[in-house]
Every structure is written in C-alpha cells, then in structure tokens.
Design a protein. Sequence first.
Lengths: 340, 340
Amino acid sequence: MNIKEIAKTSGVSVATVSRVLNHPETVAPKTREKVLAIINELGYKPNWFARGLNFNKTDTIGLLIPSIQNPAYMEVAEGVEYIANSKGYTTLLCITEEDVEKERRYIQTLIDRRIDGIILVSSLLEDSDIQEIKKQNTAEVLIGENKGNSKIPIVRIDCFGAAHKAVKHLLNCGHRKIAMVYGSTPIMENNLKIKGYKLALKEAGFPINEDYLVEDENTIEGGYIAARKLLGLGDDRPDAIFATSDLLAFGVMDAIRDSNLSIAEDVAVMGFDNIRVSNLMVPKLTTVDKPLYRMGISGARLLLDVIESEDGIAMSEIILQAKLKIRKSCGHKERIKEIF
Amino acid sequence: MNIKEIAKTSGVSVATVSRVLNHPETVAPKTREKVLAIINELGYKPNWFARGLNFNKTDTIGLLIPSIQNPAYMEVAEGVEYIANSKGYTTLLCITEEDVEKERRYIQTLIDRRIDGIILVSSLLEDSDIQEIKKQNTAEVLIGENKGNSKIPIVRIDCFGAAHKAVKHLLNCGHRKIAMVYGSTPIMENNLKIKGYKLALKEAGFPINEDYLVEDENTIEGGYIAARKLLGLGDDRPDAIFATSDLLAFGVMDAIRDSNLSIAEDVAVMGFDNIRVSNLMVPKLTTVDKPLYRMGISGARLLLDVIESEDGIAMSEIILQAKLKIRKSCGHKERIKEIF
DNA sequence: TTGAAAGCGCTAACAA
DNA sequence: TTGTTAGCGCTTTCAA
C-alpha cells in the first residue's frame, strides 16, 4: 500500500495525496475529502523511511539512563516521557548499564537513526564524546553532572551543597563517627558528594577517617557489602552512615539489621534521592530529596527548545533545589541533649 | 556526507561503495580496502532512511510496559533488553500508563516506523487490536495474560494456580479472615488471581465475603487506601491480606503500621511478584515469586524467533514456574498450634 | 570485478 | 487547484 495506489484509486496525482497529508489547506475541500476517505478505507500509512528521507526529522528523542534497577532514574525518565509525549515526540529509552562503551554504542545507533536529540542522564562519557555528538549535529542535553565542562545545556542539582547539608544534619543529630558509603557510579556526582561530606566534617572540626569512606556498586547489594565492612570495625564502628543513593541506603539498613544493631539508635542512616519507596522502609529513611521527576521535565523541555530553535541555544544551565527530607532513620534531635 | 561523495573520493562508483558495505566479499580486496579507508577517514554512516527504504527491516523491536513506577515491569524489561541487545536489536521502550488508548497510539507509531516486532506486557488491548497488529504484518508476542484468546505467541505464569497456592498457604498459617486487595490493572491477571483466591477459600469450606475483596489502583498508594478500608471493618477486620502485587502489599503494610497494628502478628500480608525490594521490607514480605526477568528473556527470544523465521511460527505458549517465597510477613507456622 | 541506471515511497519545486 | 517530475540516499539488476 503506497501513495501511488491511493492516487490511482482516488483519481488524483501522488502530489495531491501528499498535499492532503502534509498541507491539507492547499487542496480543494472536495478533493481532500475524497482522498481522505480512500486513505481511511484502505488504511494507508505513509512510509516512515520515505518520509524521513525527505524531512530528515524523526520526532524522536533518545534518553540514556544508567540503570533500570534504580528507581531514581526511572523517575527522571517518567518526567522526560511526559513532556516528550505531550509534544508529539517518541522517546527511545536506552539503558547503558553504567557502561561507557555501551553508552557510546547507543549514541551511535541513535545518531545513525537520525533522532532529533539526546538526553544523557548521569553520563559517564568524556568531554570529547559529548563534543562529538554536538559535532554530529544532534541536539543534546545533560541531566546530572558529567565529566566535560562543555557548553551543553544541563539540568542538575547542587550535589556538593546537598551532601554538605546532609552531613551537617547528621552532626546536628549528635552523631560523631560519620561514615560515607558511595557508589562507584555516577562518578562525578559522588565525587561532589564526597567533597560536601569532607567539608562538613572539617567545618565541625573533625578529622577525615579514610576508613570511613567505602565505595561499592550503586545497588542495594553494594550498600550491604559496604556497610558490613564499616560495621565490622569494632569499637571504631560509625554511628552514622551517609549513602550517596537511597538504593545504597537500603542495603546499609539491611546490613545494620543483620548485625543485630538498631537503625537510628545504634547507627543512623542518611540516603540520597528520595525515591518513592524510601518512606516505606522501617524506620522511614531520612534522605536528600532530589527532584527527579522535575529534572526529567526540565531536561526534556530544554532539549525540545534546542531542537526547535533555529539557531540553537547559546547556553543554559538549570539548577534545581534539593532539600533534606528528614524522617526517622537518622536519629532524633532529642539525642543532642543526651550528648551535650 | 553520502555515498556519492565516498564514491567520488575513492574513485569508484556508488554501486561499489554499497557493495563494500553490504557484500564485501564481492569486491576486489584492493578496492575494498581503499574504499573502507575513505569511509573511515570521512566518518561516513549510511543514511538510515535510505537503507530502510530498500530493506524494510529496522532491527528494532517495541516493548510496551504498563507502568514505569512498578519495578516488576522493569525487571521484565531488563530481560527483554538483554536478549534484544545481544542479538543486535534496539528496543523501543514505551510506557502505556495503563491506558488502552495510549497503548493503541504507541502501537500505531511503532508500526508506522516499521519496527520488526512488538512485545506487549500485561496488555489491556482487546482481541481485535491484537489481531489488527498481526494483520499489519508485524511480529507480536505477549507477556502476561491478555483479553484475546488469539493464537499469538505468549509467555506467562499460572496466575490462578499461584494465587490459589498463596491463599492456601495463608490458611495453613492459621489465618481465617483472609481479605484480598487487587489492582484495577492488569485486569486479566487479577481476575485469575481472584478466582484462585475464591477457590482456595471454597475448598477450605469458607464463604466468600465480598467486603473482603477490595479493588484499587495498582500502586503503593492504592494498596494503602484499600487496606485502610479493610482495617476499618472493626471486629470484622481481616487477619490476613493477599495483595495482587508487591507494590500493593507495600501500601497494605504501611496501612497496617499506621493503624497501630502489627504486620504478621495482627494482620498477615502476602504479595505477588517478588520484586527486589520486597525482602527489604520489615518484616520481609512473603510473596509469589514471579520469574519476571526470565519472562522478559523468553518473550524476547520468542519474538526474535518469530521475526527471523520465514513462515512465522504456528503457535507457542511458554508457561513459567511461579513459586511461593515464604518470608516473615504472613505469620509463622507456629500459630497453627495456637489455634487448633 | 565494476559501473550505469532503475527503483524504493515520498515531498516539493515548477508548470499548467 | 492540480499534475509532472526531479530528487532524497541507498541497493541491486543488468550489462560490460
């Protein structure tokens, strides 16, 4: 079923059929109706490739997400999907499994397929890769920190400040031996969180204990393993653990329970992300509320702006607010009184 | 950058360049190397649309998932992604938000784009829609129950049997007032689970109390709301709640806690899916272990078989095992002694 | 082993 | 308002 057949059965030329589809106002109402009727009747759908060959616009964007296991990324994806969909774009969701090579391959596939733009979430790409995409003439937006300091539109939060605030809160709760469990990805964000952690301790006059900085895979299991290490430190065991993601924090909580210790009482836990299940934990997880959905929304809007603006956008950086979400897992303010 | 330029700079015809790309063995080694070198040097990539126009094969499959909020579907998606990726296919992940209309629109978009096949997960589509896809000559596989009884390859579990087993286990634990919280989606699967629930009660000689069957949105919040209704029944309050998904079960657990009741002790909870976080709940959730990842794997394999088989596949139905995952939330066997 | 040219299905410039 | 026709970039048949 192609445009020729429609033309023939409607008794018009292919050009007219094409016009009915693309510029209906330029064709006489009677002809238009007739052609439309035939199109409907025969269930004709223009060939996507032939169309693309002429337009070179696909109304498709690519969304690269590090992991499907982490609900945090899924919340971002939800925001992107929502905007893209409401503006008539289709989203190609690609899971990079925190693997740079896979990320590169996906990007190449996407560009080959002439997608209109790409959103990279917490990308592991080098600056050169990011420049390369730009060179290939594909619109591009970043969500979350990235290695490059390229002039690419970006949406993010202040990871450094948020981590600093989080650790300060643990200090305010009376905790003194504060450890940190950080994921091996996303690298840039975690580095900033480490800096925030160190600064908070320094400001409070505490030394940095390198044994208190444990890295593992950014999963529940990773958090578990890291926490077991910390809890095995005997008398030096920390009384609070700051995790760089809620997923890690879940693993930390599990490890605390398995060590027959009490969460909050014996060891406080602070997460990062505020994914939906984090307040179903027992005790409810205190965490940094990262506006994941809104980051997706903003990122998608930004990308569509870039795509639809003729001359491109000079520069754009959106920094969203991350607030502390204080719940039960980090111990109570009351404890401060016990200590002082 | 197109094939013509490569031809010109290599001093050959476009036909030769095309051959180098598609049937390298048919071109003289020397010519081949020369052309390849130029292609590499100039970073030439064949135009996706022009290619598709000739081949009508996109190496792309569509995956329709009801919700991004439910990790259960994400685990299925992971399996599909894994297989598709390893066989060189790209997956277009579409979130239907449990909305049939959106599902239909996505399918149309996918077919328009000439994807090679579609996987529908817990689809809400009517039989006629499913037939329609088949008619449009697009390979199709279902994961989970569906309304139609069409001869479409399908991967599923025995929901009826699994629910029956689950409720029987609650009975064995000594619970007598067993309620059921079921999601409004996916419809077909939940209907089967309801049947399994009813049969188990009937076999045990208990009447069906329609007040004990509460429907709500298949989310944590839905589970919470439904459970609050059940717990507000005063003396008639159930001593066990079977939820049709872990997400619902999480909401149920939250509601029990908020009612100052004890999970397992006062009200047992049984989930369905065994998503990864279900054993992080306190107490750990007893649930039906649905082999989500494996369902994704099998579904993808099936679809690729259909795509790559010349004359199509007559029929195929894969039924995977679902086992009870007994943890703490449904009360202990010991209670049986207290009661008898 | 290679090249010329037709054709995939569509859009749009140009002509009528 | 409509039709004719030249491309879009590629693959492939046919001929050399």
